[in-house]
Design a protein around this ligand. Structure first.
Ligand code: HEC
Ligand code: HEC
Length: 209
């Protein structure tokens, strides 16, 4: 009896030692570790696998990895500095090193984006016009020239299709007032009126992947 108890204890201890040793060799960028960060931390705002439900939190699912990595770096270096970036993302990005950021960016870019959501038909129609043709009188170039006909995202430009209206609208304002200081988008947003920002954001939200 004693011997059996002893051997059970020994194997329990050995199991614990083994597990601890194993935990140490698990890399911080392993799929399990990345899913753990994504589900345990990021999902509380960005939703399960980046399918954000709340309109102030951007959808991350299907966003190109290069863009996601650049944004995480911009939060960490404080280059992206509007109020929500400062309040929500500076602290989130601070402890992440480049390897973990890269793995998180790859993780979210692999998720298949969801279908868009239709909004007010008049706003969508006006938004489509701006997206495809710009507004020459106000010096606004066609968005499609860079973001492509379906706003699907490329190595150079983020996906806009299906993104939340509230988030898009706020980014356009932040580009305009340079709190998110990106020269290209500052130039684009300079002549955009608030109504047209809302229209183009409503159109973009309606686009399917
Ligand atoms: C407490 C809420 C919250 C948490 C948790 C959070 N985020 Fe965010 N995240 C935000 C908000 C708000 C924004 C938009 C900031 C802005 O408006 O500039 C954002 C923006 C981003 C963006 C930029 C997306 C784009 O389209 O430009 C990335 C990438 C991102 N978050 C990744 C992450 C990752 C990875 C984690 C987990 C480590 C995380 N976030 C955790 C709130 C959060
Ligand atoms: C000359 C090329 C160019 C044109 C034209 C352009 N964009 Fe952009 N856009 C970019 C680039 C580059 C970025 C990425 C900025 C960064 O690195 O933060 C961007 C980013 C954005 C973002 C931020 C996405 C996110 O997830 O945070 C929005 C919103 C956006 N563009 C909307 C528009 C709209 C609306 C138009 C048309 C009125 C437009 N863009 C026209 C190049 C362009």
């Amino acid at each position: 009896m004693h011997a059996r108890l002893l051997s059970a204890l020994v194997s329990a201890v050995l199991f614990a030692v083994n597990t601890a040793a194993h935990a140490q060799v698990v890399e911080s960028t392993s799929p399990v570790a990345i899913e753990h960060i994504a589900v345990g931390t990021c999902a509380s705002c960005h939703g399960w696998r980046g399918y954000s439900i709340a309109p102030q939190f951007p959808v991350l699912a299907g966003q190109p990895a290069k863009y996601l990595l650049e944004q995480l770096q911009a939060f960490k270096s404080h280059a992206r500095g509007d109020a929500n970036a400062v309040g929500f993302m500076w602290g989130m990005a601070a402890p992440l090193d480049t390897d973990v950021m890269t793995a998180l960016a790859n993780y979210y870019s692999r998720q298949t984006p969801h279908a868009g959501a239709r909004g007010d038909p008049q706003l969508m129609a006006r938004g489509k016009q701006i997206y495809q043709n710009g507004d020459a009188a106000e010096g606004v170039p066609p968005c499609a020239a860079c973001h492509g006909p379906y706003a699907a995202g490329t190595d150079k430009y983020p996906r806009l299709a299906g993104q939340h209206v509230q988030y898009l609208l706020k980014q356009l304002r932040s580009f305009q007032n340079n709190l998110r200081a990106v020269a290209i988008m500052h130039g684009v947003a300079q002549g955009l009126k608030v109504d047209d920002m809302r229209a183009v954001s409503t159109y973009l939200r309606s686009l399917d992947p």
